[in-house]
Design a protein around this ligand. Sequence first.
Ligand SMILES: [Zn+2]
Length: 697
Amino acid sequence: MRLLHSGMNHIVTSRLVLLPLAVWAGACAPGPRGTSTAPAPAAAPVRVESLPPVTLEYPSSGGGVATSATSNLDEFARLDHMDWPGPNSYRGADGAPGPAYWQQRANYDIRATLDTGARRIQGHVTITYTNNSPDTLRYVWLQLDQNLYRTGSRGSALYPQDSRWGVRGFQGGYEITDLRVNGKSAASRVNDTMMQVTLDAPLAPRGASTTLAMDFTFRIPDHGSDRMGRDGTLYEIAQWYPRMAVYDDVRGWNTDPYLGQGEFYLEYGDIDYAVTVPAGYTVAGSGVLENPGDVLTGVERSRLARAATSTAVVPVIGTSDATATPVAGMKTWRFRAHNVRDVAWAGAPDFRWDATSWNGVVIQAFYQWPKAGAGWENAAENTQWTIRTYSTLFFPYPYPQASTVAGPVGGMEYPMFVMVGYAAQPQGAFDTIDHEQGHEWFPMMVGSNERRYAWMDEGINTYINTFSNELRKPGTSRWSGYLEEWRAVVENGTQSPLMTMPDLINPGALGAIGYRKPAAVLLTLRDHVVGREAFDRAFREYIRRWAFRHPTPADFFRTIESYTGQDLSWFWRGFFYGTGVLDIGIDSVSSAAVNGDYRAMVTLSKHSDIPFPVELRLKLADGSTQDARLPALIWKDGDRYVAAIPVRGAVVGARLWPDPTVPDWNDANDAWGDAPPAEPAGPVTSGGLTSLVNGGR
Ligand SMILES: [Zn+2]
């Protein structure tokens, strides 16, 4: 059990004003909403002086102040009590990796051939797997994602055939042959998209390695559940080689199958891969091209070298060079990717290829012309913007290159390589490029378990996208769009908690639950609960702690709490574990002079299960305004609270949330009397950015 000691003390010791409560009885009596007591007329001259911080008064029973006593059997229950696993020596109580934190490592060597006639991939993979855990392993699990396309797969039963994740009647799946462990033939058992391999000898803990090798082949689906696929001569190849499942300290072997909607959870390692494609093809992929001399012309190599030191965009293959003229034979492109959780690639005979750089990172865009719209001529610049923005705001981009490829896949992310749908939007592909490249931070760098927690990659990515987007389009705000999507799933009944496994989220609600609600609540936490600068620094600390590691939700929650110094159990409970919405309203406001000092009494009600700190703007008779802020703890005794606020004069109106970026579900009860206007909806990411950019780490 975790208690809110510091907050309590702060309130109790801060000049608790003990007023003769009977004076306020009339004002505090609960009445129907909208029939609040009229403000008291100004009875004394307005005193102009600087006032002390807002003082708070708890409504006390028997003192003439009406308090509601609903749902307060355990007065802390709605504010505290969050049961998280651990802490232990692997994951610390402050949210950082513990002293005994470990994770496995998987290095891959892959050789594959793209057969464009049979539309097949045929390959061989050698995996060097290191067991850093404290456990002896007698078997391992691998992920065979292509088995989603086997007849009767679980995913094909779960998602409608023609849906985004649907298999569309395609029959494929892996054929695995010549499976070997340490060179010896090994036994395996395939369970849907997972394969268990029995090891020839127990794999010792803390650093022992074993080698798995196998041949694999699969037919390439045209629609690979919007994560890979083919369009004419263009192939986008991902989930293409057997990958190690994650063994971690939280769940042991993570054997959740690939069903379609849930994404991936992968170990870090170094991946060497070689893809053999028709000789006329250009290949874009994760990692660094190791043999440019074999596959690029001298002109292309010199253009690429120029781009690598230029912030301007250099066409490596321009319109006139991007021809699909068949070339006899095959060519092998070799790539190496260091410290990645995956690799993917794309090939086409007629890619245009633009390149530029930023801060030593080579930035590239590949697209077929004119199939990819004119917006794609900005794709390299868009990618450069994104890499620069997130590197500056959050954490330096860790890889030597970043590629964006246009194709049939709507938007999908892999290390150093993202796929973005052919732009139909008039503004170009910026939003999608920015989102997919944002995934290089979450989950490519901060390697959470996507198959369990969409909010940790999609949601946090959408949160950082808000900054990039509002910087790119000054004066615009993402806020109302996020709220609209969240509101829609509340109203149509498809909402589930943010902690829901992605495959269990209603597909129609995925955008709201996986992306927009988590972004909205993180913005809310930043702007209205812990403060912008504190949150920004805590957020960057989370990235620093968990880069190239496997954080869990508790690691994120603990890091934010520890770094900002706030117990936020009520926030996580309300917005991450529950489906409630926020609705706080003003019941009534009165003000009067007592011994020459004006005080406003504001009666507030909480109409849902979610407590929240109150932001209030009072309008005084002289037309001036005065702001007050009350902590979430005011809701510890129930759903009604009376705030006694020293004011400079009579109060004529009041507004909750003068900054309207608080997700209060019902704005009908947020204003009282001659309420001061809410601030215009500006960028929700305003403020704090300067500290982010200039504050350093
Ligand atoms: Zn995404």
